[in-house]
Design a protein around this ligand. Sequence first.
Ligand code: SAH
Length: 526
Amino acid sequence: MAQHAGNGDSVVEEIPDLSESDEDENLWEDEDTSSEEKVCCLFCEQFCDSVKETFFHCKSHHLIDIGSVIRKHNLDDYGYIKLINFIRATKCTAEKFLSISSTDLWEKEEYMIPTLRDDPLLQFDIEELWEAELMDCHISNQVNEGASSDSMLLKQLQQAKDRASKAEEELQRALNDLHKVKQFAQNLVMNADVKLHTSTGGPIAELREDEDDVYFSSYGHYGIHEEMLKDKVRTESYRDFMFLNPDVFKGKVVLDVGCGTGILSMFAAKAGAKQVIGVDQSDVIYQAIDIVRSNHLDGIITLLKGRIEDVDLPVEKVDIIISEWMGYFLLFESMLDSVLSARDKYLANGGSVYPDLCNITLAAVCDKQKHDGRIAFWDDVYGFQMTCIKKAVITEAVVEVLNPESLISDTCIICNINCNKITIPELEFSSDFCLKITRGCLCTAIVGYFDIFFEKNCMSKVMFSTGPQNPRTHWKQTVFYLEHPIEVKQGETLQGKIEVRKNRKDPRSLIITLCLNNVKQTYILQ
Ligand code: SAH
């Protein structure tokens, strides 16, 4: 399309020749030069740097979109020239222009005469306007096309803005709800088990044979037995108990529940037992058979593969049950359930289960460095915040060895177990506790550990402890980190309550709820 012409040095009297002669082409050939001229706004005294800027200014300051006006009235080049000249000649205000609904007012031929000399607006190719609009403001174009007037366009824009901010609000609400649902689901998973088992005598999780394959296959590898055998505190305690109390074993029938490599069966045989029956469901039993034979104890020791709950023993009753059933925090693994069911099925009247006594103990811990390494760590990971992970980290009880120096309270036993008397439902319990602070500090965690006693009928009592003040064992300690450490003073007491339950979905894992200073936190040990 040809350039629109403002012909002459000043306001001209005649209608300009708009023919596309070469001469005319030359006159207007330098488009850029004309666009460099300052352009006076149609509705105020403001000068803009270009035609497009002028149109933008008209739109943003006077709410008049020239492109939309051209489209609305379907103006051709002549119509456009008349429009510009009409506005300038009549000094039409924006308000007045907005009220004009037809082109009648600038239809007259006189408006072909430029009102302003060299008016760059008259040299503008309106097709450029379409292109610019299409490229720069595609969305606004769409709105424009649907709009029947500028005020309608504005109304539509406002409505779109309102819809967008409403949608944003709704999205935020949905995200908040989602967060709440997530937290609710998390609590449900963690606490469902707790609720189901809060009253004694409530439903107890069953150890299902098919679900136990993983558990037993973990004992099939020699590595785990090597670790246990190398735990001298553990193994020597069992040995000492049997060797130092031969009277207890002499001529007795002994059942070794979960015999593993057969070590306890061999101690019992050496201690004077008449007959020892070792039972184990894991494949380690095949090694045990070899071991027993190699040590020429196969005349005393009989080994059976199977779950103690399912096997048929070659005897009806036994005098003694020995077993090393203890897991982390004593009750993890729930193997004591199997020992107690064997006790109830096979132990003769007056018989004994060893170890016979055990307890679980708690103490307060101050170890800022360990707490930071585990919890605060997530606040700044290579400069990124991963704080949300802290919630998950806190809920996991940690099995680790503590520095005895980090203990800041006396100890409190939360549960005493007599293996000759306790019932399976009693292995889920709750207990109040009270820890007297021995050193003012920041309490960053509560530690749990257990002690084991061989005492019944024993001339030489034997015990061992898995506490941090004692030589380390493979059970280490179980640490419950506090999300918000508590400032404690020497002499004050830290009151709390602990609940220990089996996880309904995985009865070998434990769910432990600690309430300290009225803050409740549920931990899982798995
Ligand atoms: N008595 C051995 C091994 C102790 S580890 C020692 O002191 O070194 C516990 C063993 O008990 C594992 O080998 C495991 O396979 C076995 N065990 C656990 N629950 C059992 C059950 N219900 N029936 C049979 N064996 C079981």
